[in-house]
Every structure is written in structure tokens, then in C-alpha cells.
Design a protein around this ligand. Structure first.
Ligand SMILES: Nc1ncnc2c1ncn2[C@@H]1O[C@H](COP(=O)(O)OP(=O)(O)OP(=O)(O)O)[C@@H](O)[C@H]1O
Ligand SMILES: [Mg+2]
Length: 318
């Protein structure tokens, strides 16, 4: 349904997006994850035909988004990073205005706006001026405008940024309600958001895709091995050295507290390890498996040292 093939975007000397490729199938929810300046917004804009790529191609339902901008835009509901809301309009006037731009006939407009206000729980705000709305309600209005025209595809650029925890929850639940029904691309730098809403994640850093997969697959990949957290009473150095020689153990390093150890393993070693510790006459206080979280994956992938020449921060137009 959405195909991004070798897409690049350059602004002068800044390479914001580099040779990015991914696909999104109908009904799928894809999380587009990356730190500030990674190229998320640029990619979302390329997907919506906001500007053409410097190289590569974006196709939606087989159509090049830039060549068939009109047709493609009708299929896409877009929540931009900064929603251009008109403060002097009421919520209803604004949504009606968006519906008109999207080509809905007058008769269909009022019904569509009513339905969407209901969905986004903003019916009570219909007659409020947008400039008087709280941030959370503004974001709902932003989502509502994206939903007008019942698009097959929703592209949401950091939909929960700047909201308080309760508002975040509400917006996430609202978005989750569309999962399965609509094709969803959600950009975020918030990890739990991705695991909650998306089946698949693309991680981008400095314009490059650095990983792609299900949240679970990515977690498995980053460690390669599993990790055990141990607390053992006995001679620290000896414990470390002898445990490291056990079969199935990759490495043993000291933990933060005295007597704690982090053990990388490549197979299930817990029964043998427990036995070994007891036989050695040490005290086993704790043995806890630790699989990598999506957060570990993210940090592992995007915080590696990179040459200074690649860095491109603080040059945005926003
Ligand atoms: N119109 C532009 N002109 C020049 N540089 C730009 C423009 N838009 C983006 N950039 C640069 O491209 C890079 C990627 O920016 P982008 O906004 O896509 O990042 P992002 O992942 O959305 O970051 P954030 O999490 O801060 O929103 C940045 O270095 C940014 O400064
Ligand atoms: Mg952005």
C-alpha cells in the first residue's frame, strides 16, 4: 500500500533523509521511531507529497505521491508536527472549512464533522474558539481534521508531544481505535507509544534506517544473548571468573552493587548455574532474567558514536 524506495532528502548541505526504504501494508500500524533531528518529520512530509524527494520514490496504492499529489492526498489524513489551526475560528467552523477544502459536499459536510467530533470527543467544544482550547483539545482537533474524508491512511507526526499523561493516554486510545481499520504511520520518540500501538517499528537515526522489525524481534536482536542479573554472596573476583567459565555463559561483569553480576548467556544456564553456586559454597540471593526492552534497542542503535561531520542539528525551519 505504501512503498518508500531508496528515498533521500537534502536541504542544501544537510542530508536529512538518506536512502530510506520501507513498506506498509493495508491495515498495518507502523511506528517511525527516532531521536530529535533524525528525519521523522521530513519522511512524513515526503510521504504526503509536501515536497519531492531528492532521490528515490514514494508510492501510495501504486501512485507516485508527488506526481499524483491530488489523488494521493485524498487517501491520506495527516497530522503534521505543528497543526496549522486557525485560532479565530470555532472548532466546528474550522472542521467544516477543512471538509470543504477536502472536497466534501455541503450536505455531507455537517454530518461528517458531527461524526468526527463525536469520535474525537470534542462535541462539547464545537463552539469554542480554537485559540481558547487547551493543548490536548487542540491536538484532538488536529486529529479530527486528519480524519475528515475518512482517509484509508493516517500519518501522525508525534501525536502526543507536549501533552500531559492523562491526555497522552486519551490520544493513544483514540489512535489505537483506528489500528486495523486504517493504515497507520506514527512518528514518535516515545518508546512505549510504539509498543502500545504498532506491530512494526522502523528506527531512524541521522536520516538512516538503523533497524526494522516487530518490537519483540528488535529486542531479541539487540542482545543476541540473554542476560541474567545475579546477586551472590562470596568472593566477588572468584565468582566472576568461575561463572564466566561455565558452558553457555558468554560474559560476566560486575553489577552496580557489591555482590551483583550481569551475566550474558547464549543458552538456558539457570539450573546449572544455581547448582554450581551452591556447590561452591556461595550464597545465591537472586537470579533474574533480563531481556532487552525496546528502550535498550533504541539506545543501543542511536547512541553509538558517529563522526562529527554527520551531525546535522539545529538547522530546521521550525
Ligand atoms: N526545511 C528544512 N531546511 C533545512 N533543514 C531542514 C529542513 N527540514 C528539516 N531539516 C533538517 O533535517 C534534519 C531532520 O529534521 P526532521 O525535522 O525531519 O527531524 P525529526 O526527526 O522530525 O526531529 P524532531 O524529533 O525534532 O521533530 C534536521 O537536521 C533538520 O535540521
Ligand atoms: Mg519532527
Amino acid at each position: 500500500m505504501i512503498e518508500v524506495q531508496g528515498v533521500s532528502k537534502r536541504f542544501g548541505t544537510i542530508q536529512a533523509v538518506r536512502d530510506v526504504s520501507f513498506r506498509v501494508e493495508p491495515g498495518e500500524a507502523l511506528g517511525f521511531l527516532g531521536p530529535n533531528g533524525a528525519g521523522k518529520t521530513t519522511t512524513m512530509r515526503l510521504l504526503t507529497g509536501f515536497y519531492p524527494p531528492t532521490g528515490g520514490q514514494v508510492r501510495v496504492a501504486g501512485l507516485d505521491v508527488f506526481e499524483h499529489a491530488q489523488e494521493v492526498r485524498r487517501k491520506i489524513g495527516y497530522l503534521p508536527e505543528n497543526v496549522p489551526l486557525y485560532g479565530e475560528m470555532t472548532v466546528r467552523e474550522y472542521l467544516d472549512f477543512v471538509a470543504e477544502i477536502k472536497g466534501l459536499k455541503r450536505s455531507a459536510r455537517s454530518r461528517a464533522v458531527d461524526r468526527i467530533m463525536e469520535t474525537c470527543s470534542i462535541t462539547d467544544m464545537a463552539r469554542r474558539f480554537i485559540r481558547k482550547l487547551s493543548k490536548g483539545y487542540r491536538q484532538r482537533v488536529g486529529l479530527a481534521q486528519a480524519l475528515i474524508g475518512d482517509p484509508e491512511i493516517l500519518i501522525l507526526d508525534e501525536p502526543t508531544i507536549g501533552l500531559d499523561p492523562r491526555q497522552i493516554n486519551e490520544i493513544r486510545n483514540l489512535i489505537r481505535g483506528f489500528a486495523g481499520e486504517k493504515t497507520l504511520i506514527l512518528s514518535t520518540h516515545i518508546l512505549p507509544e510504539v509498543s502500545m500501538i504498532c506491530q512494526r517499528v522502523v528506527i531512524i537515526d541521522q536520516g538512516l534506517v538503523v533497524a526494522e522489525g516487530s518490537p519483540e524481534n528488535l529486542s531479541a536482536r539487540v542482545t543476541g544473548a540473554n542476560r541474567l542479573w545475579l546477586r551472590v554472596g562470596g568472593p566477588d573476583d572468584e565468582i566472576r571468573a568461575r561463572l564466566a567459565r561455565l558452558s553457555g555463559v558468554v560474559s560476566v561483569v560486575a553489577g552496580d552493587d557489591a555482590g551483583s553480576f550481569i551475566v550474558e548467556t547464549e543458552s538456558e544456564v539457570r539450573p546449572e548455574m544455581a547448582q554450581f553456586i551452591c556447590n561452591a559454597g556461595w550464597d545465591l540471593f537472586e537470579m533474574t532474567p533480563r531481556t532487552a526492552s525496546l528502550e535498550d534497542v533504541f539506545l543501543n542503535l542511536v547512541t553509538q558514536e558517529t563522526p562529527a561531520a554527520n551531525r546535522t542539528e539545529g538547522l530546521g525551519d521550525e
